[in-house]
Design a protein around this ligand. Structure first.
Ligand code: NAP
Ligand code: GDD
Length: 348
């Protein structure tokens, strides 16, 4: 039985990956942070959700705890998913973001070496399309590939770039089987409510059921290459099954604006949106009732924005045989229907 260790197991991707690896017959260990005992409510919830995962307490900032975990578990594969992952938040706390999202990667790599596992344990680093930055000059028409140039636009993106290059460096320096997945946005029913897609799908459900008046958003014109998280964790696993380590882009090859996501999400709940006004005064209005459902709140603007992300997954499709299964309308439908179900269940 193969053993896997997932950092960030409590996050969106961690949950999907733990389930996938369990179904593939792995013994799954998951790193969580904090001072939780078995009686802690969050620990209990995680245990209920993923009873097949051995939960291990370690912070990405704590090299000793990570080394102990590696020594005890001796995993065949390590998936480093833990990070401060919210781009907007990284502007508010750039130093912690650098420590966790950047240097934290080095801690995991060093823990593998200190445990003497660098020749046997395979390593996955969660790199990101945020490293490209989406500026006109470095934006290929056919989408970013593994060869495209980087120009991160947030403290998060800069920290991730350190994690990316230190992983490449450990591969080249110590012959580690270390691969980076450069993943474009992936969403779903496990997405945190602070990310725009889940914020929208939750608000649509609550507005539809009369539990919320409206939805405040920032930049509606940013475009993202959005896929389904469940499809992307399969790609992570495939990377570590290759004979040679390498870096791969996972993306859909399509890009859509926040505005389009809103329109489709409200439509899924039977509400058509008309847009009125411009700039910060723009509103999204229910086409039937005339009620304002979407407003702009400049608090959600970022000091520097990534305007457009579009990935080219040709290498992953060819080498890994990976392809996304759920398309953009399918993703929006899945999220809205999930949140409608959740909110209805709460109402009883
Ligand atoms: P997520 O839901 O934010 O999960 C991140 C996890 O990291 C959380 O469970 C968090 O723990 C944990 N964490 C944060 N700080 C930590 C620390 N100091 N020590 C230990 N654990 C810590 O992120 P995700 O969407 O699953 O993404 C997984 C990874 O892929 C992240 O590295 C992200 O940056 C990267 N990525 C994501 C996407 C995407 O579209 N989802 C795209 C490209 C790359 P708590 O639960 O306790 O807060
Ligand atoms: N979060 C948020 N909240 N974003 C908003 C809002 C809002 O109210 N209104 C507009 N947006 C815009 C943001 O300005 C950004 O352009 C876009 O929606 C997407 O924001 P997020 O959903 O927060 O995701 P992200 O693209 O910044 O980052 C996610 O994807 C990266 C991969 O490209 C995260 O998962 C990162 O961890 C990941 O690396």
């Amino acid at each position: 039985m193969k053993k896997a260790l997932i950092t960030g197991v409590a996050g969106q991707d961690g949950g999907h990956l733990a389930k996938l690896l369990h179904e593939k017959g792995y013994e799954v260990h998951g790193v969580i942070r904090g001072q939780m005992e078995a009686s802690h409510p969050r620990y209990k919830t995680l245990k209920q959700e993923m009873p097949f995962v051995n939960l291990v307490m370690a912070d990405l900032l704590d090299l000793a705890a990570l080394t102990r975990a590696l020594q005890e578990i001796q995993p065949d594969e390590v998936y480093n998913l833990a990070a401060i992952s919210h781009v907007g938040y990284s502007f508010r706390d750039p130093i912690l973001t650098a420590d966790v999202t950047g240097k934290g990667v080095l801690n995991v790599l060093e823990a593998i070496r200190l445990a003497g596992l660098e020749k046997t344990t395979r390593f996955y680093q969660a790199s990101t399309s945020e490293m490209f930055g989406g500026l006109d000059y470095n934006r290929p028409d056919t989408g970013y590939t593994e060869e495209a140039s980087f120009h991160p636009r947030s403290p998060y993106g800069v920290a991730k770039l350190y994690g990316h290059w230190i992983t490449c460096n450990y591969r080249e320096s110590y012959g580690m089987h270390a691969s980076c997945g450069i993943l474009f946005n992936h969403e779903g029913e496990r997405r945190g409510p602070e990310f725009v897609t889940r914020k929208i799908s939750k608000a649509v459900a609550r507005i539809k059921l009369g539990l919320q008046e409206d939805l405040e958003l920032g930049n509606l014109d940013a475009k993202r290459d959005w896929g389904y998280a469940g499809d992307y964790v399969e790609g992570m696993w495939r990377m570590l099954q290759q004979e040679q380590p390498a870096d791969y882009v996972l993306a859909t090859g399509e890009t859509h604006s926040i505005r389009e996501f809103c329109e489709l999400a409200f439509k899924e709940a039977g509400i058509n949106i008309n847009w009125q006004g411009n700039g910060v005064d723009e509103t999204g209005v229910d086409a039937t009732t005339g009620k304002v459902l979407i407003k702009i709140n400049p608090d959600f603007f970022r000091p520097a924005e990534v305007d457009l992300l579009l990935g080219n997954p040709a290498k992953a499709e060819k080498t890994l045989g990976w392809k996304r299964a759920i398309d953009f309308p399918g993703l929006v439908k899945l999220m809205v229907q999930h949140d409608l179900g959740l909110e209805e269940a709460k109402l009883g």
